[in-house]
Design a binder for this molecule. Structure first.
Ligand code: HEC
Length: 154
């Protein structure tokens, strides 16, 4: 066998072997009492946008595309979910301190304004997660209202 063939064969074997290493799924299937929709008054339209564009990485329930079964794509996805949830988890928002909630709401407003969220790599494959100008305005209005109500409670 030529060395090129040996290398190709080795790559193929690696690709096959890694298919058996499936990361754990982020699908609790529950809506916790700490979910942002339970602890704050989120308009239906904003809930829909958050679920479509943010919950895959920022909640306990990811909707997995078919390629999540293909490694290393599944690993990349798992990393985004892990990092995204560590920064902001809408399913557990109610367990944050009022100060952390206010900080996260400010961070949401900034991420929407400067267009860093949803991640651009995600938008490539999720066209429905692109935010329209109306979506952005509605999210920002909701964030501001919620932040004001937090400071009033302090
Ligand atoms: C594909 C996964 C993914 C999607 C979808 C996504 N995010 Fe993120 N988000 C991340 C990751 C990963 C981080 C942490 C690393 C970083 O900041 O880039 C993050 C960080 C953030 C932060 C920063 C938190 C902080 O305290 O600094 C905010 C705010 C945020 N995301 C809001 C959103 C909003 C709002 C949406 C929906 C409109 C969204 N994200 C969609 C993956 C995602």
């Amino acid at each position: 066998m030529s060395s090129t063939k040996k290398i190709l064969l080795a790559i193929l074997i690696v690709l096959i072997v890694i298919q058996f290493i499936q990361p754990a799924r982020n699908t609790s299937g529950q809506v916790l009492q700490t979910d942002i929709v339970k602890v704050s008054n989120v308009p239906q339209s904003v809930q829909t946008v958050l679920k479509t564009a943010c919950y895959d990485c920022h909640s306990n329930n990811t909707r997995y595309p078919w390629y999540a079964n293909v490694q290393p794509m599944g690993w990349l996805l798992a990393r985004h979910v892990k990092e995204g949830k560590a920064e902001l988890n809408f399913s557990e928002f109610g367990s944050y301190s009022p100060r952390r909630q206010a900080n996260k709401l400010r961070a949401i407003e900034n991420s929407i304004k400067d267009g860093t969220m949803p991640l651009s790599s995600y938008l490539l494959l999720h066209k429905d997660a692109r935010l329209t100008e109306t979506d952005k305005t509605e999210i920002i209005d909701w964030v501001r209202r919620t932040r004001d109500s937090l400071t009033q409670n302090e």
